[in-house]
Structures are given as C-alpha cells and as structure tokens.
Design a protein around this ligand. Structure first.
Ligand SMILES: C[S@@+](CC[C@H](N)C(=O)[O-])C[C@H]1O[C@@H](n2cnc3c(N)ncnc32)[C@H](O)[C@@H]1O
Length: 342
C-alpha cells in the first residue's frame, strides 16, 4: 500500500490490496474537538479535481486532530503518502503507537475495558480517577521525542480517558494535567479492535510528527494537497474552542497561517482551509475575508458538537477557503445554502 498502485496490474494480490484499502471503513479513534466527520460529504465536493483524477501524490494535514479528513482521503483516493502533524504531544504519541504497536495497544485496552465495564458506578469513579492521576504523574517519565515501550500503556490510557470522560473532552489545565471529569456512559466502547487495526493499516503511508503547522513549509513536495484545520477563532469572547493544548491560537497565529497559505500558493500547492465563520456573531467581522482576499471563500452550515447543552448546538457556519476553482460547487449549492442559512 506504500507505493503507487499500478491499475493495469490485475494480479490477485493487487486486486485484494485495492479491495482491502478501499473497504476498511477506518474512522477517528478519538473524540476530538472540531472533528470534521459531519462535513465530509461537503468536503468531498470541494476537494480539488486533481485528487479525483489521481494527480495528487501526497496529502498534508498540519492540524490533524482526530484525523477525519485523512481517513476519508486515504480510503477514497489513491495517494502515495500522507504527512500528519499536530502540536499536541499526547495525540501524536497515540498515532505513533497505533502505527507501530497496535496489537500491544489492543492488549492494554482489552484489560482496561474488561476491568472497567464490570464495575458499578462508584467503583468506576475510583478506577477513572486513579487512572487519571497515574496518567498525570507519568507525564514526567515520558520522552515525547523518542518512541519507547512506555508509550504503549500511555496511549491506552489516553484512549481510555477519552472514551470515558465527560463529553470526550481532551482537556488539560495550565500545569499540563488532564482534568476532564468522568462521563456518564453505561457501556463506553473503550476498545474498538477492528477500527484500530484498520487505522494502523492506513497509517502505513503516513509520516506523523509532533510539529508546529509551519513545518509543512520545510517538507512540501510537488503534486500535493494540503488541508488546514486550525483551532477555531473564537466566535464569541466567552467561547473556548481554541483550548486543545496548553497553547493558544490567537489572531496573529491565524495571520501567520494565511502567510503560509500565500507562500504555498506561490508554489502551486493545492490547499483547502476551514475555520469558524465570525460573521455568524458579528456580520461586520470580515477577518477571514481580509486575510484570504483573492481566494475562494465558501460558507457552509455546520453543527458544533462539543457543547454539552443540546439546545446550544445550533448551526454555526464553517468558512472554507480554497486556492483552486470551486465555481461549479458554489453555483450548484448557492440556492440550497441560502435556504439553509436563512
Ligand atoms: C480543529 S482541530 C483539528 C480537528 C481535525 N480536523 C479533526 O477532524 O479532528 C485543531 C488541531 O490543531 C492543533 N494545533 C493547535 N495549534 C497548533 C500549531 N501551532 N501547530 C500544529 N497544530 C496545532 C490542536 O492540537 C488540534 O488538534
């Protein structure tokens, strides 16, 4: 799967490989704030034509998060390689463990799952907070720059906490401690073995790094497509959507990203970028229209899934920016879009 598939080669193993690759059904293995699963049908209409024409060889996702878009592209289009970056060291640790040691990870998760699911609510609380405490203590013993065996139980702890904590929040305080409380799930799916194996298979084509998004500039190759999904620009002063990691992503970072977008555009790299649309709250706030002036800007309705209060999960527009032609999409969807957002 690492190499480009020769479509003329119809030997049984090649056919099986193709079938395997495209029928995996791999999906994000963590709940992640800002996950893009619900937007994939729209994204599929907006990906560059070159991707569908198999002219794109390399895919870059510098804010990979839960990876919904990578899983979609890697399973539906024939790319040779993927470059996945994120600043969150715990997240990258899990990706690398799934890539290299998925069977051992499954063993740990199987143990956690068996132990946890048989407990009553009170005992589950003790188990959760003990594991969370241990996870927080262990961070001082982890070298995030060098893969080691102790990454495997840590990756299992991260998946366990993500699946059992309140609302799947992957939240850390300023000291770097995971501090989300226990969630109210009756039978949380702590281990999804099939999915982890499928994800691991897909990650064979991926180079995964803990890196700032600007890293893409140093590694970019010709015939590439880049999808940027930076932390949302807060849509109100009180909203906290940018707190994925200990670092904040402020307007100067958004502008730095726009500069990178311009640079890659000069290099003829195809790019798509998404963010929250500030005109939802303040129709005069044309921040993105200004910093991405001259590119295609599309607004699509999206439901924010992170709000625990279902009544507050209203449709908030997502803003999408591309440096390639999406005129046909815009024409086809304009009427429908106007109706939905009215
Ligand atoms: C909106 S989320 C991405 C969501 C992802 N598309 C998905 O479907 O789950 C933004 C991600 O950017 C990462 N991030 C924040 N600042 C970063 C930076 N300076 N460089 C790279 N990644 C960063 C966060 O850790 C987070 O995972």
């Amino acid at each position: 799967m690492k190499n480009n598939t020769n479509n003329n080669d119809k030997s049984p193993s090649k056919v099986k490989d193709l079938f395997y690759k495209y029928s995996l059904g791999a999906k994000p293995f963590l709940k992640w704030v800002g996950g893009k699963s619900q937007l994939l049908p729209i994204f599929n209409e907006l990906y560059p034509l070159e991707l569908k024409q198999k002219k794109i060889k390399h895919y870059y996702e510098p804010f990979v998060g839960g990876g919904a878009v990578f899983f979609d592209i890697a399973q539906n289009y024939e790319i040779d390689s993927a470059y996945l970056y994120d600043i969150n060291d715990e997240l990258i640790l899990v990706y690398k463990v799934i890539q290299r040691k998925v069977e051992k990870l499954i063993e740990f998760l199987e143990r956690f799952s068996k132990q946890y699911l048989k407990l009553n609510q009170e005992k589950r609380k003790v188990y959760f907070y003990d594991l969370r405490h241990n996870f927080n203590q262990q961070r001082f013993n982890i070298d995030y720059n060098k893969f080691s065996e102790n990454w495997i139980p840590r990756a299992a702890q991260i998946i366990f906490l993500n699946k059992t904590c309140f609302n799947g929040l992957f939240r850390f305080n300023s000291k770097g401690e995971f501090n989300a409380p226990i969630g109210k799930y009756i039978r949380p799916k702590i281990l999804d073995e099939t999915n982890l194996l499928n994800v691991s298979k897909l990650l064979e084509i991926a180079q995964i790094e803990k890196a700032d998004f600007t890293e893409v500039r140093n590694n970019i190759k010709n015939s590439s497509f880049v999808y940027f999904d930076p932390p949302y620009r807060p849509i109100s002063k009180t909203s906290n959507f940018t707190s994925y990691s200990k670092l904040n992503f402020k307007d100067d970072e958004q502008i730095k990203l726009a500069t990178l977008f311009n640079e890659l555009n000069e290099m003829n790299i195809l790019q798509m970028l998404s963010n929250s649309d500030p005109t939802n709250i303040d129709p005069q706030d044309n921040f993105f229209d200004l910093i991405y002036k001259g590119y295609n800007i599309i607004r699509v309705p999206a439901k924010r899934m992170i709000n625990s209060d279902a009544t507050k999960r209203k449709a908030i527009n997502e803003i999408l920016i591309t440096n390639y032609d999406v005129v046909n999409y815009a024409k086809r969807n304009q009427r429908q879009y106007n109706r939905q957002s009215a």
